[in-house]
Design a protein around this ligand. Structure first.
Ligand code: NAP
Length: 215
């Protein structure tokens, strides 16, 4: 399985959890030190860098992972970045960044994975509870996540004949520090978030149910 975003908190937790349950994982991320660190923890898992602004590098990840692993049963994308502010305060460059990281990049990774993932496998991405429940000051972030959610919904129907499962994980606010690393702006007041490890265990429970039987 491929985890794209494994250098982040949730991606790293998911990679560890998948490995602990017996999956063979390939990792992709942006920060080279954190990526290598997770790969080392997982006993030398293959890893590769990519950036949301290089969509070719995003689209090539699944083919690379399939080569490294000798097949591919699923792809989980946890890439994302927050950005906050009233709409009239958010510069267009920030909006572009939010859409590149939260929509174009995950879509490119999964687009490249459709033909690579084995029948009965999965395509998955993390969107967020913000889909359907956007807070004031999150219009562009929420719009980006909602666009990805819509895209995943169409993919779900397109790949059904191949028994590919598509997951749109609308996670609630979690204590990963994500909202404290926005590309711009300051987060609205948020209650204490949930436990990231518990959320990732529940997410992997669903992926495990979708993975094809061992070959
Ligand atoms: N934490 C929450 O409360 C929460 C709630 C709902 C949904 N989510 C979603 O969950 C996902 C993971 O969040 P997290 O909490 O684990 O935060 P995180 O640790 O900040 O993870 C964000 C990930 O996105 C990657 N990323 C950001 N900009 C990138 C770029 N330009 N190119 C390539 N990768 C880039 C980061 O890569 P590097 O670390 O290598 O820079 C990191 O792997 C996000 O999609 C977020 O929207 C989070």
């Amino acid at each position: 399985m491929l985890v794209a975003g494994a250098s982040g908190v949730l991606g790293g937790l998911a990679a560890r959890e998948l490995k602990a349950r017996g999956a063979v994982v390939a990792l992709a991320g942006r920060n080279p030190d954190r990526l290598a660190g997770v790969a080392g923890e997982l006993g030398g898992a293959p890893f590769r860098r990519f950036d949301a602004y290089d969509l070719d590098s995003c689209g090539a990840l699944a083919a690379w992972a399939a080569r490294e692993l000798g097949g591919l049963d699923g792809v989980l994308v946890t890439v994302g970045v927050a950005g906050f502010g009233r709409v009239e305060e958010v510069p267009d460059a920030v909006v572009e960044h939010l859409f590149a990281v939260n929509v174009l990049c995950p879509a490119a990774v999964l687009r490249g994975a459709v033909a690579r993932v084995a029948d009965g496998g999965f395509l998955a991405a993390v969107t967020g509870a913000v889909v359907g429940q956007p807070m004031l000051g999150t219009a562009d972030y929420a719009a980006a996540k909602t666009a990805l959610s819509c895209w995943l919904g169409v993919v779900t129907r397109e790949v059904r004949a191949r028994r590919l499962r598509v997951f749109d994980f609308r996670l609630p606010h979690l204590e990963t520090g994500f909202s404290d690393r926005p590309v711009a702006g300051r987060p609205p007041a948020l209650p204490r978030g949930g436990d990231p490890a518990a959320a990732v265990r529940a997410l992997v429970d669903q992926l495990e149910g979708a993975a094809p039987p061992a070959r």
